[in-house]
Design a binder for this molecule. Sequence first.
Ligand code: HEC
Ligand code: HEC
Length: 300
Amino acid sequence: MSGRTIAALAAVMVGVLFMAACQPAVNVSRVPAVRTGLPLAPKDPPLLPVDASGKPMHPSVAEGAKVFSKTQCLICHGPEGLGNGPAAGNLKSPGKNLLTDFLALFGIRATGEQLPSRPANFHNLVQMRLNSPFNMYETVTRGRPNTAMPAFGPRPAYGATTFGVKLTDQDRWNVIFFEWAFTTSPAQVARGKQIYETQAVPVHGQGLTCAACHGVAGDGRGREGLEIAKKRWNWARGMGPGIFTDVNLMAQRKPTDLFQVTADGFDDMPSYRGVLSDDDIWAVVSYIWTFIYTYPQAPR
Ligand code: HEC
Ligand code: HEC
């Protein structure tokens, strides 16, 4: 090794020691012993608007249907939500980008490349089962950048268009659940309810239905659910995975997430693969959503 190499190595060593000395030190002996009975953090504020008593709203398909036609969603999405409204054929993306915005500073009105834009078809199960309600809510609120889908909330996202109509928070939640309802039918929801309340799998030697744990009302307060609440803090508080009335959690879930846990199980949740067919699981998943929105009883 040459003298220069040794000098360089020594310099690196000194540097490393210097940096090590500068690290903040944690004195483990001073960390207080873990105490039990500490108060838990307050619950997150609800994603959905709350009423006077602080209860989150229960979006309604019937109310959403009114918003859908009143707001002209159907011009693009079609009266049946099939994505085939009268305007659907010649929709274009807004053609807005940094260059067009820059030119606008000098009063030059230019449009960027405009691509054709197809409205969503809410009967497309492959697409809809990968959507969460919150995802759709964000799209309706902020619009979808670089597509013809306009913003209906107070401010569009960058690169999204507007339509000259603003909807209240309530109306936006109602209308997305109207669209959500195109993925199911009264018969499927009824079948899901029947499975939820009657289809048992053997767990620890006893036959348990979904309702035995998750509760007939989806709040986790079934007979067995109360046992689970003794060991799971989230069930004890009526929130988190498996509590289908927890709107914050459910609004961010996708049907595919619920399908997967029902089929494969997770922790205290038994696997229903082989007990229920895929169609049965989709039916029960459709039913589970109705704990956070009002699905019409009569066929539409
Ligand atoms: C000017 C035409 C137009 C109008 C009006 C319109 N949409 Fe859209 N919408 C679109 C287009 C185009 C898309 C597809 C965007 C894309 O390519 O991702 C879309 C997508 C959506 C999506 C996303 C679906 C998904 O699977 O990702 C939702 C939700 C939606 N629209 C709801 C609404 C609602 C609710 C209204 C009325 C309040 C409405 N749209 C009005 C054109 C429109
Ligand atoms: C033995 C009690 C028990 C039974 C019976 C049961 N579950 Fe569960 N389930 C749970 C528990 C506990 C969880 C929470 C697991 C976790 O922490 O992610 C759960 C989670 C779930 C989830 C995931 C929720 C989410 O947001 O991640 C779904 C969906 C679900 N259960 C559906 C069902 C369905 C449908 C049935 C009946 C066909 C059923 N469960 C029967 C206990 C049960």
